[in-house]
Unconditional design. Structure first.
Lengths: 114, 111
């Protein structure tokens, strides 16, 4: 079975631009979460979606938004990019929205903002 | 606020040495605890988890025991290999299934 997939793998943007990152969860998983990992740090929670509804939002500005589609795939959008948005963006999926569920991570999208 | 604290790295060991990476957490209640591993240029892989106090998670020779008395979840391996070189992240669950990660510990194993 395929794991969590993310696209694109790498992305280079300039300040002020907009970016859309995509994630496909493991088949049968209904929960998708997004994390930002700045170089040398642990991942930071951005959003969680379950059954197409937002279930949680981390401490990120309104420039960050996300949605989940009927097939449970998800998009993360970032507007008005800043240099500090350069990071590895990780998507994780789990079968439900329970605290004991394991989250499985994709390989990430490396975003560089110049 | 609630957090996860890991020992600072890098940790450098010779092959077949014993490994301990310390992890402590603060939280209300008894959250599920996890160890994830990140190899160079890759995403995170679940290494092991424990969902309640006194549980022991284990995988690929790695072990960690959920100690509620000391709010700890230290990672151990009896004999490390060069292929274990990676960054190790301790994490706990917050509300729903939001993961809160430690800063990560770099492990370097030399032959």
């Amino acid at each position: 079975d395929a794991g969590v997939t993310q696209s694109p793998t790498h992305l280079i943007k300039t300040r002020g631009q907009h970016v859309t990152l995509r994630c496909s969860p493991i088949s049968g998983h209904k929960s998708v979460s997004w994390y930002q990992q700045v170089l040398g740090q642990g991942p930071q929670f951005i959003f969680q979606y379950y059954e197409k509804e937002e279930r949680g939002r981390g401490n990120f500005p309104d420039r960050f938004s996300a949605r989940q589609f009927p097939n449970y795939s998800s998009e993360l959008n970032v507007n008005a990019l800043l240099l500090g948005d350069s990071a590895l963006y990780l998507c994780a999926s789990s079968s439900r929205d329970e605290s004991t569920d394991t989250q499985y991570f994709g390989p990430g999208t490396r975003l560089t903002v110049l | 606020g609630d957090s996860v604290t890991q020992m600072e790295g890098p940790v450098t060991l010779s092959e077949e040495a014993f490994l301990t990476i310390n992890c402590t957490y603060t939280a209300t209640g008894y959250p599920s605890l996890f160890w994830y591993v990140q190899y160079p240029g890759e995403g995170l892989q679940l290494l092991l988890k424990a969902t309640k106090a006194d549980d022991k998670g284990s995988n690929k020779g790695f072990e960690a025991t959920y100690r509620k008395e000391t709010t700890s979840f230290h990672l151990e391996k009896g004999s490390v290999q060069v292929s274990d070189s990676a960054v190790y992240f301790c994490a706990r669950i917050e509300y729903g299934n939001k993961l809160v990660f430690g800063a990560g510990t770099i492990l370097r194993v030399k032959s």
